[in-house]
Design a protein around this ligand. Sequence first.
Ligand SMILES: Nc1ncnc2c1ncn2[C@@H]1O[C@H](COP(=O)(O)OP(=O)(O)OP(=O)(O)O)[C@@H](O)[C@H]1O
Length: 727
Amino acid sequence: MLLVGGTDPAQDVAAFKARGGHVMVGTPGRIEDVLKRCAAVDLRRLEVLVLDEADRLLDMGFKAQLDAVMARLPKQRRTGLFSATQTEAVQELARAGLRNPVRVNVAVAVQQQQQPAKEKGNEKAAAAAAGKEKRKEKEEGKEGKEQQQQQQQAEAAAAAGAEVEAAAAAEAAAGGSQKTPNSLSIQYVLCEPDEKIPQLVRFLRLHGPSRKVIVYAMTCAGVDHLAAVLPRLPQLATSGVRLRALHGRMKQAAREATLEAFRALPAGVLLCTDLAARGLDIPDVHWIVQLDPPQDPAAFVHRVGRTARMGRSGSALVYLAKAEEPYVEFLRLRKVPLTEGSPLPPTEGQQAAATAVADDDAAPSTSGRDAVANGAAGGGKKKAGKAAPAAATATAAAAGGGSGGGPGGAVLSAAVSTATAEVLAALRGAAERDRDVMEKATKAFVTYVRGYKEHHCKFIFRLQDLHIGRLATGLGLLRLPKMPDLKKPLGASEFRPSPVDPSTVPYRDKAREKQRQKGLQQKQHEAARSGAAASAEERAAAKRKAAAAVAAEAAEARLPAAKRRQLQMKDETAALNQEYSLLKKLKKGKISQHQYNVATGLSDDSDLEGEEPEGSAKPAGAAAAGPAGRAEVRGSDSDGDDGADSSGSDDEGEGKAGGKGSAAGAGGKPGAGGRRGKGGKSGPGTKGGKGGPLGVKQHRGALQSYIDKKARKKKRQNAKKAQRQQQ
Ligand SMILES: Nc1ncnc2c1ncn2[C@@H]1O[C@H](COP(=O)(O)OP(=O)(O)OP(=O)(O)O)[C@@H](O)[C@H]1O
C-alpha cells in the first residue's frame, strides 16, 4: 500500500480493509493517520521496518509521528536506516530502537587522500558525547519499564557508538573516502548576488536546450520568481528552453503533474526547492545547478545525487559569493570535493559588442549597476550595454573566474559584464511592466534574507556579510524593501531605486489588474468617506466650541451686576491700553490714519491692500497691528487645513490673534463682535459684544475720556511725588 498525502485517508483505510497488504510504504504522517483509524491493521507480525532518508525522518520534525508509529511496532523486528547522509548521532539510532546495529558504508575510495584528523576527532567526540548523554539519562532515569527501555537503548547506543568509531577507523585505514561518486564533477563559481541570475541565464542558454537540468533555489518564493521571470527575459526567450517549477507550496496533484511533465521532456529545466532534493529518480538528469546553497548542508549531497546515478556521469554547479567561499573547505572536510569553475562567457554577439566598446578609448565611468538602473528606467538596453566596460573589471574580479588577465581576458570580462547588465536591466524591466513579477521578486528577496538567517552553517553564511544592495539589484527590485531583521544591511546604499513608482505598476493579467483597480477605487471611496466623516467631526467640534462661548457669555450675564461691571471694566481697560499705544504710534507717524482706523475697528480693512504707510519704510508696528494680525486671524479660520501653522490651529492661537491684532481681530468688523480674545473675554471693540461696532464719535469720545483720565492720574502722581520731595 502506498500511503502519502494528497488523498482522503478514509479512502486508504477502505482500500486496506478491502484488499489488505504486505508492505506499507508511506510518509510518517499518513502512516500514523491510517494506523489510528484502522484497528484492522495487525502489526504484531511486522518483521521489517525501513526508514529511508533516515537522518531526515529521525530529526525532530517527524518525531511525534514516528514515535506514534513505532510505539505500535513489535520490539522483535529488523530495522534498516538508509540515507546518503547517515547521521552519526547515536541517540537517533537508539530512538529507532536498534540493537546490535551494523553499519554499511558505501563510499568512493580516493587514493592518497588523508582523512582530516579533525574529522576523525569529531566522530569520536560525537560517539563519546552520545554515550555520556545516555549514561546521564540512566542516572536521572525513571523507574520500572521505562528505565529498562532506556537501558536497552543505552546499550544499543553504546554498540552503535562503537560501530561508528570502527567505521571511522576503517575509513581512515582506507586512506579516506568521498561521499559523491567519481562520475560526478562538482564545480563552484564565485559570483555575487546580482550576478547569479545573469550567470544562470547564460548557463541555461548553453545547456537548457539539450540537457535535463535541475536548478535549486532556497525558497518557494525564489522558485516562483524564477519561473515567472526567466521566460520573459529576451536572453532566454528564443533559446527554446523549457521550464517547470516544483516546490512545497504546490498542491500534491500539481507536484505530480510537474514531475511527470519534466520526466517526459527530452530536455528541460526543473526549478525547485529542497522538496526535490531527495528520492527523485530521474535517470537522465545531467546537470544540477544550485543557485543558492541549501540551508542544511546535508541537502547538498542529496541535491547533487539527482545526477550521476547508477554509474552514469553527471555534473553539478553551485554559485557562491566571495564571502561564502569557506563553504568549499567545509564540504571538502565532509568528503564532498569541489573544484573551482569559471563564470560562463557570454554569447558571441555580446562578446563582439564588448570588444567594440573596449576598443573605444573613451570608456564611460558609469558602474554596471548604475547602468542597470538607467537602462531599465529608460527602457534602453543600449545604455546598459554601453555603460558596462567600466564595471567589467569589478564584475569579473568579483566573479573571480579566471577569465580576466591579459588583453583577451579583459575583453571577455567586459563582455561578461555587459551580459550581466543586460540581464539585470531585463529583470527590472519585467518587474516594471508586470506587478506579478514585481511582487514575486520582492517576496523572493524577503524570503531569501529570512532563509539566509536560518542557515545551519551560520559561521559561513552570515547575514551581515550578505550584500543586500546587490541581492535586491539581482532580483530586479524597484525598491529596497524595509526589513526590521536587517539592522545594518550591507550595501543598501548601493541599490539604485527604479524611477518607476511601484504603486503604478499594473498586472499584466487583465482580469487581475481589473480586480486591483476595483480594490483601489473601493479604498479611495472608503478614504473619502472617512475624510468626510472627519470634517463632519470638525464641524461638530466648532459647533460645540461656539455653544461653549455662548454659554460662557450667558454665565457672565448671570453674574451679579457689580461683578459684571468689574469684568467689563477690566476688558475695557485692556482695550483702551492697546488703543492708546496705537494712538501714540499714529502720532509718531509709525502707522497711517487708515491703519489706525482699521486696527481700532473704525473702518473696514478691505481697502488696506497696497496702501503704503506714511514714510518710505513700512513701520514695524504696522506689521504687528495690521496685516500680521489679520494673517493670524485667518490662520485660525483655516483650522485643520494647515496643521503646520500652530498659531492658527488652536484656541491659543486664536486668542493671541485677537490680542495682537486687537480691534482688527476682534471688534472691528461687523459680525466679529462675538469673537473672544484670550481668556474668553469680550474684545475691546465689542463693549459687551452685543451692540456691534461703536460709532466713530462715541469711540473717540471714549478714548478721549480715557486719555484724560490717564493724564489726570499722572498729574496726581506727579504732584504727590513733588510733595514728597519737598518734605
Ligand atoms: N541492483 C540494481 N540494478 C540495476 N539498477 C538498479 C539497482 N539498484 C538500483 N538501481 C537503479 O538505480 C537508480 C537509483 O536507485 P535508488 O533510487 O534506489 O537510489 P537511492 O540510493 O535510493 O537514491 P537516493 O536516496 O539518493 O534518491 C534507480 O534508477 C534504480 O532503478
